[in-house]
Design a protein around this ligand. Structure first.
Ligand code: ADP
Ligand code: MG
Length: 261
């Protein structure tokens, strides 16, 4: 015991950093994933996943193609069934709750590949994001969303399918944000998108967390983008979380190499 204590590294973070970390640790998690397992047929994909997400914080989930990142988000949304384990949003256990009721409880989802409606106008795509709200709020696209995404106002009567990939990604994020999520799950929002729009998307994600207190789980393979936004990180390999911690540790973990294909 005494030897172990002597080998502990000297604290390197400042007192204020410690205070901030302690404060974050003291808040109860908003989304808590415990021993989550999932199978596609006979293939065991998610293996005893444990993860806790807190209000106003951005957690980046990193990992190579095919390790189960998107599957995790689909299970969280209730689009794919879990085999065992527990997902809690606040005090409530989600269990077998269907996706649309998870949205009403405060889960938002921006799927990989965006999945906007190509034949609907931008405005009608946005109205879909309001579907779960009371009728009074759900009949018109509120002006504030165009303040967040000015490009969508200019494009409001265009067809979704006529937008660039980056604009479609912004549309998909706006649609999810309109439902006022407490937790937003984003699946590779930078995939195939030009740098100027990646920056804008980064600004929106940061603002959602910092100003609105939204808890964000960001799946990413673009390391620099993830590192620029993360408060916390987790790494998935073959359906397991193999490493996690505060973003200050990311640089020391050689994660960039881990993501290289
Ligand atoms: N609908 C499905 N049916 C069967 N296997 C699937 C299905 N979707 C994904 N998989 C498999 O599950 C594994 C994890 O996929 P996925 O969650 O998409 O990984 P990631 O998002 O990390 O790239 C992969 O081996 C993939 O081939
Ligand atoms: Mg994926």
């Amino acid at each position: 015991m005494g030897d172990e204590a002597a080998r502990m590294p000297a604290p390197s973070a400042s007192a204020s950093t410690h205070a901030a970390l302690d404060a974050a640790a003291a808040t109860a998690p908003l989304l808590r994933i415990t021993d989550l397992n999932q199978y596609y047929g006979g293939s065991h994909i998610l293996r005893d996943v444990n993860l806790e997400l807190r209000e106003g914080r951005i957690c980046c989930l990193l990992g190579r193609n095919g390790v189960g990142k998107s599957t995790l988000l689909k299970v969280l949304m209730g689009l794919v069934a879990q085999r065992s384990g527990r997902i809690q949003l606040g005090e409530a256990t989600l269990g077998t709750l269907p996706a649309h009721l998870r949205v009403q409880r405060g889960l938002g989802y921006v799927p990989q590949g965006r999945e906007i409606f190509n034949r609907l106008s931008v405005e009608d795509n946005l109205l879909c994001g309001l579907a779960g709200l009371p009728a009074r709020e759900g009949s018109r696209v509120p002006a504030w969303i165009y303040g967040w995404f000015p490009v969508l106002e200019r494009m409001r009567s265009r067809k979704g399918g006529d937008l660039s990939g980056g604009q479609q990604q912004q549309l998909a994020i706006a649609r999810a944000v309109l439902a006022r999520p407490r937790v937003l799950l984003l699946d590779e929002p930078t995939e195939g998108i030009q740098p100027s729009i990646i920056k804008e998307i980064g600004r929106v994600i940061r603002r959602l967390a910092r100003e609105e207190g939204v808890c964000i789980l960001l799946v990413e393979q673009y390391y620099d983008f993830a590192a620029s936004l993360a408060d916390d990180y987790a790494v998935m390999s073959r359906g397991q979380i193999i490493d996690q911690g505060p973003a200050s540790q990311m640089a020391h973990r050689n994660l960039r190499a881990l993501l290289a294909v």
